[in-house]
Design a binder for this molecule. Structure first.
Ligand SMILES: [Zn+2]
Length: 345
């Protein structure tokens, strides 16, 4: 039996916010085609998801918010300034959410790694959203697994270039969900949050971890920071599942942000995370997340798959020098200081 699964539906490609919008509507299809060409897809079992039900959405979101999205979906409109709501988006966003839930469920049916290519909508909180997101599929999947499989320790590793503000709002006071977010410094990028000082609230202090990077950070500094923070915290927390938001808008060619990661960085990150999953829970849920340069993001996702499979046939390009490695090291030291009461780093 295969140990890797991918969740896919043709209707994923209807998550399209318009031709002038940076989100690439047919990215799921293009990703699948490239994976097939590269003979990677055959190593994954493919499953078709069902839409999340309204009851599923309500495990995280306020009823008024769900009703609002449904209403917008009937007429067309705008969820926020950067997020148009085309007709039918309620159904497509529910399907994307159902895809993440299905990927979560498959981890309890014998699969060790599962991927939802249309997942990782981390900007949606309980009753508010922007940043091209409608429902927080990460949180809805966590609540589904909490209820169905009685899990008590969820680890989120969110490496999208944007801070996962919605997920943070939902879990800032919940110590069953350890939320690690690496992102471009909020003083220089949407959504503006995720400062290194924000480490959780009430009895969950230490369970929100933010590492902001200055613009111009390259793969070498990024990987060094990852190695300093993620493996030790993961081992100490000992998660029952790892949810990896693997956004590739950190790539140097991405039009929306200013980090300078290269293709090989994604291979190494995915390989590290797969090894951490093997070492702890053997349950890794990958949500492909953001990426707005169509050529670069398909290749970056491919390298993530290579990292997950341990396939050495990954793509490489010339490394881009870090503009300010001292600043990155300084922030890593600050983070270690803030977390020192909670984790041994
Ligand atoms: Zn992003």
């Amino acid at each position: 039996m295969k140990t890797h699964a991918i969740i896919y539906h043709e209707d994923y490609n209807k998550y399209d916010l318009g031709v002038d919008h940076p989100l690439i509507g047919d990215k799921p299809k293009n990703t699948m085609t490239f994976l097939k060409e590269k003979s990677v897809l055959s190593q994954f079992q493919i499953f078709t998801p069902k839409k999340a039900t309204e009851a599923d959405l309500l495990t995280v979101h306020d009823l008024s918010y769900v009703e609002h999205v449904k209403q917008l979906s009937q007429t067309g409109g705008w969820l926020s300034e950067d997020t148009p709501a085309p007709k039918g988006i309620f159904e497509v966003a529910s399907l994307a959410t159902g895809g993440s839930m299905c990927a979560g469920e498959k981890l309890f049916e014998g699969f060790e790694t599962t991927v939802n290519p249309l997942g990782g909508f981390h900007h949606t909180s309980k009753g508010h959203s922007s940043g091209f997101c409608f429902f927080n599929d990460i949180a809805i999947t966590i609540e589904y697994l909490r209820q169905k499989h009685k899990l008590k320790r969820f680890l989120i590793i969110d490496l999208d270039v944007h801070h996962g503000n919605g997920t943070q709002d939902i879990y800032i006071d919940d110590k069953t969900v350890l939320n690690l977010s690496f992102h471009q410094d909020g003083r220089t990028l949407y959504p503006g949050t995720g400062s290194v000082e924000t480490i959780g609230r009430e009895d969950a202090v230490g369970y929100t971890v933010n590492l902001p990077f200055p613009p111009g950070t390259g793969g070498v500094s990024y990987l060094k920071a990852f190695e300093a923070i993620v493996p030790p915290i993961t081992r100490q927390f000992n998660p029952e599942i790892i949810l990896y938001q693997s956004g590739v808008d950190t790539h140097h060619a991405d039009p929306l942000a200013d980090l300078n990661l290269t293709y090989q960085t994604y291979y190494h990150l995915a390989k590290h995370i797969a090894a951490l999953s093997k070492e702890t829970c053997q349950k890794l849920l990958v949500l492909l997340g953001g990426g707005y340069n169509s050529n670069a993001c398909i290749k970056s996702y491919y390298n993530i798959f290579c990292g997950l499979l341990g396939n050495k046939d990954f793509l490489e390009e010339e490394e881009i020098p870090d503009t300010d490695p001292e600043q990155v090291q300084h922030t890593v030291n600050q983070l270690k200081h803030y977390l020192s009461e909670y984790w041994s780093l």
